[in-house]
Design a protein around this ligand. Structure first.
Ligand code: SF4
Ligand code: SF4
Length: 407
C-alpha cells in the first residue's frame, strides 16, 4: 500500500467513524489496529400516514445493473428502503433487485415508478405495473410513484386514479406517490395535496434548495437556492401526513471535486445527506449507491438529526465551486431564451449525469430522450442565451460541451 493509499484509507475510516457517531477520537484506534467498524442504519422513520417504517437512508437504484453484491451490502447494513423505476437501466435495476430480495422482501419497503403519460389508460398502466412486478419477482410494490412529474395535467388523468384504486384493491400496490425534481415541482405537489392524490412525495431536495442554507453561510439569499416555495409545500405535505422522501441530495454529486477538502469528520456525501435528513420537512432520503464503499459511506450518515460541525465548510465550498457550472434543480428561468427552443435545463440535467455523476451512458440515454437537444448549439454563437441565467450559469459553453459529449 502506498502512503497516499494509506492516508486515503485513514481519512475514509475517520469519516466513517464520524458517521457512526464515534467522533474524531476514534480515528487513531483505526489507524493502529482494527479495520474500520461496519456502519449500520441507526434510525428508522415512519413514512407519514402510510405507517411504513423505513431506514432513514434508502438505496437508490438508478445505476443498478446486475451488481447484486451492492444490494446485499445494503441489506447487511440495515437498509430497508429500496427505490427503483421501470426505466432504470432498461429494467435491469428492477431485475437485479428481484434476484436478490428473495426472503428479505417481507422486511423491506419497495418503491418503483412509472413514466405515465397524460392520456394513458388504466389497462396500459396496469400493464406497466405488471411488468415491474415480474422483473422484481414480487406480488406487490409498497409505493408506486408517478415518475418525474413536471406537469399538473399528469395528475388530472382520471385513468391513473382508476388504475391506482384497482391495483390497491388487488393488492398489487399499497400506496401511491409523486416523484419530481423539475421546474414545476412545487405546483405539482400543491395540486396533489389539494386533491389528496398521493400518500408519499419523492422530491429533489438538498442544501442547495434550502434558502436557510445561504442565509446562514453567505447572507446572499438567492445565491443558488431555487424553488424557495419548496420548503413550504414539503411542510404542507408533512402537515397532511403525506410521507416525504428526498432525492438528489448531493446536488450534482460532483464528488471528485470535493475529495481534496474532505477530512476527519465528514465526507461531502455524508455532509449533504445529513443536511437533508436534519430538515424538518423530510422523513428519509434516497441516494444512488454505486459501490460497496459508497454503501458504507452513505449509511454512515444515518441517524444524525443535526449536521456534523465539519459539514458546513464542505457544503459551502461545494456551493461556491458549482456556482457557474451547475444548473439549479427545479429552475426554469431561462425557458424561452433560445430561438431554436433547445431544452436548456433538460440538456444541462443530462450533462450533469455524464460529467458530474460520471455516468456517460446514463447521460446519453437521457439526452436521446429529449425533444429538443443541444444540436443547434454547435453552430450558434450563443448570444441569445448567454445572459439568460440569473444565477450566472455559462449556458452556451455548457450546452456545446453537452452536445459534443452526448449527441
Ligand atoms: S441555466 Fe440557469 S436559468 Fe436556466 S434552468 Fe439552469 S439555473 Fe435556471
Ligand atoms: S447556444 Fe444558441 S442554440 Fe444553444 S441554447 Fe443558446 S441560443 Fe439556443
Amino acid at each position: 500500500m502506498t502512503e497516499i493509499d494509506r492516508r486515503e484509507l485513514l481519512r475514509r475510516a475517520t469519516a466513517l467513524a464520524s458517521g457512526l457517531g464515534m467522533g474524531a477520537a476514534f480515528a487513531p484506534t483505526l489507524a493502529a489496529a482494527d479495520p474500520a467498524p461496519q456502519p449500520a442504519i441507526r434510525r428508522m422513520v415512519r413514512l407519514g400516514r402510510t405507517g411504513l417504517e423505513i431506514s432513514d437512508v434508502g438505496f437508490g437504484t438508478s445505476r443498478l445493473a446486475g451488481d447484486e453484491a451492492l444490494v446485499r451490502r445494503a441489506l447487511d447494513r440495515g437498509v430497508t428502503y429500496f427505490d427503483t423505476a421501470e426505466g432504470y437501466k432498461g429494467g435491469e435495476a428492477e431485475r437485479t433487485l428481484g434476484r436478490v430480495l428473495g426472503t428479505d422482501r417481507n422486511r423491506i419497503v419497495l418503491a418503483s415508478k412509472v413514466q405515465d403519460g397524460r392520456s394513458d389508460t388504466r389497462d396500459e398502466l396496469m400493464s406497466h405495473l405488471e411488468g415491474s412486478l415480474g422483473r422484481l419477482a414480487t406480488d406487490r410494490i409498497d409505493i408506486y410513484f408517478q415518475h418525474a412529474v413536471n406537469d399538473v395535467r399528469r395528475l388530472e388523468n382520471d385513468e391513473w386514479l382508476e388504475f391506482a384504486t384497482r391495483a390497491k384493491q388487488q393488492g398489487k400496490i399499497r400506496f401511491t406517490g409523486l416523484s419530481g425534481h423539475g421546474g414545476r415541482l412545487v405546483e405539482c405537489i400543491d395540486r396533489a395535496l389539494d386533491t389528496d392524490h398521493v400518500d408519499v412525495v419523492l422530491a429533489g431536495y438538498n442544501f442547495g434548495q434550502d434558502p436557510a442554507f445561504y442565509e446562514r453561510f453567505t447572507g446572499r439569499f438567492d445565491f443558488i437556492a431555487r424553488q424557495p416555495e419548496l420548503p413550504r409545500v414539503l411542510a404542507r405535505a408533512k402537515e397532511k401526513k403525506v410521507g416525504v422522501v428526498a432525492m438528489k441530495t448531493l446536488r450534482g454529486a460532483r464528488l471528485n471535486d470535493m475529495r481534496p477538502y474532505e477530512g476527519a469528520g465528514a465526507t461531502f456525501g455524508q455532509a449533504a445527506l445529513r443536511w437533508t435528513l436534519a430538515s424538518a420537512f423530510v422523513d428519509a432520503a434516497i441516494i444512488t449507491m454505486k459501490s460497496l464503499e459508497q454503501v458504507d459511506e452513505y449509511v454512515g450518515a444515518s441517524g444524525w438529526d443535526a449536521p456534523h460541525p465539519a459539514d458546513a465548510g464542505l457544503l459551502t465550498r461545494y456551493a461556491r465551486r458549482a456556482e457557474r457550472s451547475q444548473c439549479r434543480y427545479g429552475c426554469a428561468e431561462c425557458e424561452g431564451a433560445c430561438p431554436a427552443e433547445v431544452e436548456i435545463s433538460q440538456v444541462l440535467r443530462t450533462r450533469m449525469y455524464a460529467a458530474d455523476y460520471g455516468d456517460l451512458e446514463f447521460g446519453r440515454e437521457g439526452y436521446a430522450a429529449l425533444q429538443r437537444d443541444a444540436a443547434p448549439c454547435l453552430s450558434c454563437n450563443g448570444a441569445p442565451c448567454a445572459t439568460a441565467c440569473p444565477h450566472g450559469v455559462s449556458i452556451p459553453a455548457l450546452l456545446r460541451s453537452a452536445g459534443r459529449m452526448l449527441g
